[in-house]
Design a protein around this ligand. Structure first.
Ligand SMILES: Nc1ncnc2c1ncn2[C@@H]1O[C@H](COP(=O)(O)OP(=O)(O)OP(=O)(O)O)[C@@H](O)[C@H]1O
Ligand SMILES: Cc1ncc(CO)c(N)n1
Length: 278
């Protein structure tokens, strides 16, 4: 019997399959770890945006967590969309007692701009969950919200990253530059001592639904397998870049990343690069 490593995602749903829980589970499967999921909110969304949100009661969130942690202990946990402070407290109470690596993706908005977290919960994220995190993975707007620092160059990226680790207590931060302009999509990992940058060529595409979820899920899977943080981010970056390079022309809006893109590495990228699927 091989050593089975398991990973848990605690997040909101995406019935169209590109982001949230669904993206996380597909990524866990691709990265060959056993995937589990606890749902915080049911989100009616697709490639064009968010249509409606239904939050699960906190008591039910607690019950789902109990179902997992009383039975199959995950080697790594990631959180995505957590809408309220009460939910954050409930999750923090469980993670406090857990030895699993914890990757926190501080999801605030969907790509369409729709809010996925209450504005009044941002401070709660900092006080309850950031101090427990092995790694926090904000994009530029999320890092700006967390730190109050305006980020527009490498120096401000580094100042914000240091604040998240030194003042808010995360073990490490991966600040994602996907929202910045330029020929390259660069991310900066700060582990409290050193900065490492992870850079890939920017893919010219609008089909980027679920990039953040896919990236943090891939890193979570690699940590579950016992890789170092540096190695996990390196593999995660390659995985998400291929998922964007081979993204799918599905739906009427911003199509999803392709979770099997990593397997297509040797396939020449077509003009307009993404794949039509019927
Ligand atoms: N067009 C692109 N080409 C290549 N890499 C990209 C592109 N857009 C984003 N990335 C990379 O994808 C990863 C995910 O980052 P991104 O900043 O898009 O996350 P996010 O904003 O949190 O996503 P989401 O909106 O799904 O929450 C990062 O490594 C980023 O650098
Ligand atoms: C549930 C969920 N989490 C995260 C994102 C960010 O892409 C999304 N669109 N939906």
């Amino acid at each position: 019997m091989p050593d089975v490593r398991s990973a848990l995602t605690i997040a909101g749903t995406d019935p169209s399959g590109g982001a949230g829980i669904q993206a996380d589970l597909k990524t866990f499967q691709e990265r060959e770890v056993y995937g589990m999921s606890v749902i915080t909110s049911l989100v009616a969304q697709n490639t064009t945006g968010v249509q409606a949100i239904h939050h699960v009661p906190v008591t039910f969130l607690e019950q789902q967590l109990e179902s997992i942690f009383s039975d199959i202990i995950p080697a790594a946990v990631k959180t995505g969309m957590i809408a309220s402070e009460e939910m954050m407290q409930c999750i923090a109470a469980v993670l406090h007692k857990s030895k699993a690596a914890y990757i926190m993706d501080p999801v605030m908005y969907a790509k369409s701009g729709h809010a996925l977290m209450g504005e009044d919960s941002r401070d709660a994220l900092k006080s309850h969950l950031v101090p427990l995190a092995t790694l926090v993975t904000p994009n530029v707007p999320e890092a700006e919200e967390l730190t109050g620092i305006r980020i527009d160059d490498e120096s401000s990226i580094k100042t914000a990253a240091k604040r998240i680790v030194r003042e808010y207590g995360a073990k490490a931060v991966l600040l994602k530059g996907g929202h910045m302009e330029g020929a390259f999509a660069a991310d900066w990992l700060y582990d409290g001592e050193n900065f490492t940058s992870f850079t890939a060529e920017r893919v010219q595409t609008k089909h980027t639904h679920g990039t953040g979820c896919t990236y943090s899920a891939a890193i979570t899977a690699e940590l579950a397998k016992g890789r170092s943080l540096q190695q996990a981010v390196k593999v995660g970056k390659e995985f998400v870049t291929d998922a964007i390079r081979y993204s799918l022309q599905l739906g009427k809006g911003n199509g999803p990343t392709n979770h099997w893109g990593y397997r297509l590495k040797s396939v020449p990228v077509q003009e307009e690069q993404h794949h039509e699927v019927y």
